[in-house]
Design a protein around this ligand. Structure first.
Ligand SMILES: *Cc1c(COP(=O)(O)O)cnc(C)c1O
Length: 339
């Protein structure tokens, strides 16, 4: 294992030893290649650069108490990347190629998988983009698939503590029939103004409302939203949010705990009635929310009045993290041990 200050790792990029790459050409994927370079030579007319023909994924590898390295629901990331590829007309990556590339990238960099008990993990970033040259707006004929990994600390430095969120109304990250349901780069460029506005106002992340009516909750930064009340887990149904694998897993765990689950539009007004609210995604699992402020109307919604996350969020968080690190029984076969 390399010597790193595991407990104080940022959520940022740290160089590892290798990345893996694969090229799609003449209608088929080639062999996986290993590189020790952090750079990639790219054609100046590649569709990714001009027209944003690009999609990515985010997942993690976790080291358990037994020293073994685990992946969490990698097949769902593979499926989602296939949906992203379909959505912007890119070549799809077959499951077996996605799997082999992830395993290879993790194994080659095994010494960067943080030790058990540090709260850190190895972040895995698969990337697919149009690398073929075109000048007109049309799909490329060549694609490149790259996976790099980087060790990361817990997403929120403060740990499992309430965060503050700002509703922004002067920018949208995605339109209802646009690309919001896909993990494609353009959505994140479109979200940057909202992120900056929230930060400048002193909040951790922006909350986006639906672009059409500005009435319903869409997402929080690059995380899904959920609320809990009356023993029910409620999460938005919308045509412009990214289907989070963490949220999908929390829905299952909430049902296992005996909660009801509702997926439906959630109007901003309803925020005042929730007992607990949170943001969820791979990076932080759950970020419990202490405050949501509507920057334009001046309304403020408050939670966690004792300064602590609510009991259901805490239980869901501990169960999911426990499964990922191998401490809690994996009843739904979500975990793959890398041999
Ligand atoms: C990646 C992402 C999420 C979280 O998805 P997970 O699969 O749980 O990591 C949520 N919203 C957006 C916009 C995302 O990009």
């Amino acid at each position: 294992m390399v010597e790193l200050d595991w407990k104080n790792l940022p959520f940022g990029y740290i160089k590892t030893d290798f990345n893996v790459r694969c090229t799609y050409k003449d209608g088929k994927w080639g062999e996986l290649e290993v590189s020790d370079s952090e750079y990639f030579p790219i054609h100046i007319a590649a569709t990714a650069l001009h027209y944003g023909q690009e999609a990515f994924e985010g997942m993690k590898a976790y080291r358990g108490k037994d020293g073994k390295v685990r992946l969490f629901r990698w097949d769902e990331n593979a499926k989602r990347m296939q949906r992203s590829a379909e959505g912007i007309l890119m070549a799809k990556i077959p499951d077996h190629l996605f799997h082999d590339a992830v395993v290879k990238a993790v194994k080659l960099n095994e010494k960067f998988v943080p030790p058990y008990g540090t709260g850190a993990s190895l972040y895995i970033r698969p990337l697919l983009f149009g690398s073929g040259a075109e000048v007109g707006v049309r799909p490329a004929k060549e694609y490149t698939f790259i996976i790099f990994v980087t060790p990361v600390g817990p997403y929120f430095k403060e740990g499992f503590n309430p965060v503050r969120i700002a509703i922004v109304r002067d920018s949208d990250r995605a339109a209802p029939l646009g690309t919001g349901t896909l993990k494609v780069g353009g959505n994140y460029a479109a979200s940057l103004r909202g992120v900056e506005r929230a930060h400048k106002a002193g909040y951790g992340s922006p909350m986006y409302l639906d672009a059409k009516e500005k009435k319903y909750i869409d997402e929080i930064g690059a995380a899904n939203f959920f609320g809990v009340k009356n023993n029910t887990y409620i999460t938005p149904k919308s045509e412009s949010i990214l289907p989070s694998i963490t949220n999908m897993s929390l829905i299952q765990l909430a049902q296992d705990l005996g909660l009801k689950v509702e997926r439906r539009p959630i109007a901003e007004d309803e925020l005042s009635s929730f007992e607990e609210v949170g943001a969820c995604g791979t990076a932080a699992v759950i970020s419990p929310i202490g405050e949501i402020a509507d920057l334009d109307s001046g309304k403020v919604y408050q939670y966690c009045k004792n300064g602590k996350p609510g009991p259901i969020s805490t239980k869901l968080y501990e169960t999911l993290v426990g499964i990922q690190y191998g401490d809690v029984e994996d009843r739904h076969s979500w975990v793959t041990i890398i041999e």
